[in-house]
Every structure is written in C-alpha cells, then in structure tokens.
Design a protein around this ligand. Structure first.
Ligand SMILES: NC(=O)c1ccc[n+]([C@@H]2O[C@H](COP(=O)([O-])OP(=O)(O)OC[C@H]3O[C@@H](n4cnc5c(N)ncnc54)[C@H](OP(=O)(O)O)[C@@H]3O)[C@@H](O)[C@H]2O)c1
Length: 315
C-alpha cells in the first residue's frame, strides 16, 4: 500500500489518508455540530495516522480553520499537511471572488486563524465568472515564492477553467467530486491531470456517509431530512447501492475483519490516480474508524469486484 504521496510539482508530501472537516465547525452548512467534538475529531484523526487536514474558509466562515488551529497546537506542525480553500467573498454575499488581491488577503486571514506561518496546500475553492484563471493562480505562485503556501490547488473548476489556470504550469493539485458511485471526473479531469503531473483529491468519498453501509435498504427518509430529493438516496438507485454494499462490500469487509467504510476507503487508497482521500467525520469515533483503512490492503480481485459492483447504477 502507498505510504506517502508527493503533491504535484511541489515539495509537499502527505500520507494517503486525510480528514475532511466540513463538520468540524461548519455550522453554516450542517445542523447540530459541537465545536469541542470537532476539536476532538481532528485530534483523533492525527492520533491514528491521518496526516492531511482538509478545511476551508467556507466551513463555518473561518470557524473550522480556527478549531483546527486549536486542535493542532500541541502537535508537531511539520508532521501535518494543512489544506485550506477560499473564494467565497463575505462582501459579495459569499459569491466566488478569484481576484489576486482578494485571494492574497484570504491566505493571510487563514494563516492567522490556523495559527501557523504556512499553508501546505491552498485551493481556489470555486471559480468566479470574470477573473482570468492564470492571473488568480499567478497570485498564488507569488504567495508560494513568499513561503506562505507550499502547493497551489483549484477546486470545482471545469476542464477549460483548469487549462486556463494551469497556463504557466503552476497548478499542483485539483479537488473535485468523485466517488465509487459518481466517477465522472475519471473522464473529464483525470486524463489532463495525469498528463500534467497534477495530483487529484476526490471529495465525497463516502457519498456523504451512504458508502459506510449505515443505511438500511428499506430506510425511508422524511421530507425534511437532508437526504430528501437526493438521487442517491431514492428509489432504484438507493436500492442498487445498498445491495452492492451488502452483497459485495460486506463479505470483503468481513474477510479483512474491517468495516465497509474502511474497505471503501482502501479502494481509493490503492488507486494511483488518487493522491489523498479525505473522508469527512462528525465524531472522533468516525475519524478513528476511518483511519483503520490504512491497515486494509485489498487484493486485485477485490478491487475489481468493488469497482464493478457500483458501475451501471440506475440514474
Ligand atoms: N472542494 C469542495 O468544494 C468540497 C465539497 C465538499 C466536501 N469537501 C471536502 O471533502 C470532505 C469529504 O466530503 P464530505 O465530508 O462532505 O463527505 P464524505 O466524506 O463522503 O462523507 C462524510 C460523512 O459520512 C459520515 N461518516 C464518515 N465516516 C463514517 C463512519 N465511519 N461511520 C458512519 N458514518 C460516517 C459522516 O456524516 P454523518 O455522521 O452526518 O452521517 C461524515 O460527515 C469534506 O469534509 C470537505 O473537507 C470539499
């Protein structure tokens, strides 16, 4: 199993497993979060071998970065890879802003909230409509030269926007939606990334918890639940996903004395097209369990079985 991964053309090196932290302090996005639990979740992840923390200004409008700053205060900063993102502009009702001056200010603000003097990976979280993407990335290159950030990322960019952003070859890493049940990025982005030595980090690796196997096939979601109206949680598609988890993933998990979530995460870790997988966690227990994926090595046949089980799902 891969033990370390180099990020793009930068000198950042990470382990293959990170922690997604939109539920660490992201009160504006999710209900019923507790800040102390968030801090404990980050510590549990670091205590169990997770090395990358993936955060963003948008997660709690700075709160997630603040909590991470508190959580890592007693850890060796150099053993941790901090990835953060910005673009949503509080002065533009949180619409994306990629202007160089704005991004530069956001990096300084993030450094202060995180209580650190460098950010390992800084992503432009979303593209805006008007800033030339090579100018936005050019500003990040200057921050890299100044030592404030170590690697340059973009997130939620189309292939065309990515090509424009990477005009001078400065992009090190891309973060985009990708998981076993939605592999579009494999066709749209990955060929360009591989050609240009750019790393890839998929978000929603657990399909927002669905791929942990914790939902029953006969589960009914109420109209006011967050799952309501989400295609993955409805009808024939939901039935096919839960069946694949029961029929294919569970026996493999049992064989490895692992959980379904650990097996699913191990499936990403073995894939050389994926740099770091960053499952989110709401609690220290989830983060600890997910870290156990580092101990699961799937056989070639198991990887194939899992890949096939989630292909051709009903729309
Ligand atoms: N760049 C972007 O635009 C973007 C967009 C989205 C996300 N992200 C990043 O990607 C990360 C991953 O995405 P995500 O967190 O939204 O989705 P995810 O990783 O697919 O799912 C995470 C959720 O699954 C549940 N879960 C995790 N481990 C579990 C376990 N062992 N047992 C049971 N349930 C478990 C938790 O939610 P519950 O307990 O509530 O079920 C957790 O919050 C985020 O945290 C964020 O850092 C980036």
């Amino acid at each position: 199993m891969t033990t370390t991964v180099k990020i793009g053309h930068s000198d950042v090196v990470s382990g293959p497993l990170g922690l997604g932290t939109n539920k660490v302090g992201g009160h504006n996005l999710f209900k019923a979060l507790d800040d102390q639990t968030g801090i404990q979740t980050v510590k549990a992840a670091l205590d169990h071998g997770i090395t990358m923390l993936d955060t963003a200004f948008m997660y709690g409008l700075g709160n997630s970065e603040n909590l991470i700053g508190q959580a890592i205060a007693d850890y060796d900063r150099h053993q941790i890879v901090i990835a953060t993102k910005a673009a949503q502009d509080p002065d533009r009702e949180l619409k994306p802003n990629n202007q160089p001056a704005f991004l530069t200010r956001q990096v300084d603000n993030a450094l202060e909230r995180l209580g650190t003097d460098y950010i390992d990976i800084f992503y432009i979280h979303f593209p805006d409509q008007d800033t030339p993407k090579y100018e936005a990335v050019g500003a990040l290159e200057r921050l890299k030269e100044a030592g404030k950030i170590r690697a340059i990322g973009v997130s939620n960019f189309s292939l065309e926007q990515l090509k424009e952003a990477n005009q001078d070859g400065y992009v090190d890493i891309v973060e985009d939606a990708y998981n076993l049940i939605d592999r579009q990025a494999a066709d749209t982005l990955m060929p360009y990334l591989q050609q240009h030595g750019i790393s890839f980090v998929p978000y929603f690796p657990l399909a927002s918890g669905l791929l942990t196997g914790k939902y029953r096939a006969d589960q009914v979601f109420s109209a006011d639940s967050w799952q309501a109206g989400k295609p993955n949680f409805q009808g024939a598609r939901f039935a096919a996903i839960t069946a694949a988890l029961t029929d294919t993933v569970k026996p493999i998990a049992d064989h490895h004395q692992a959980t379904a979530a650990q097996v699913i995460l191990a499936w990403y870790i073995q894939d050389p097209a994926i740099a770091v997988v960053i499952p989110g966690a709401r609690t220290p227990e989830q983060a600890t369990q997910n870290a156990g994926a580092l101990d699961v090595t799937l056989s070639v046949d198991e990887v194939k079985q899992i890949s096939e089980a989630f292909k051709r799902l009903p729309a």
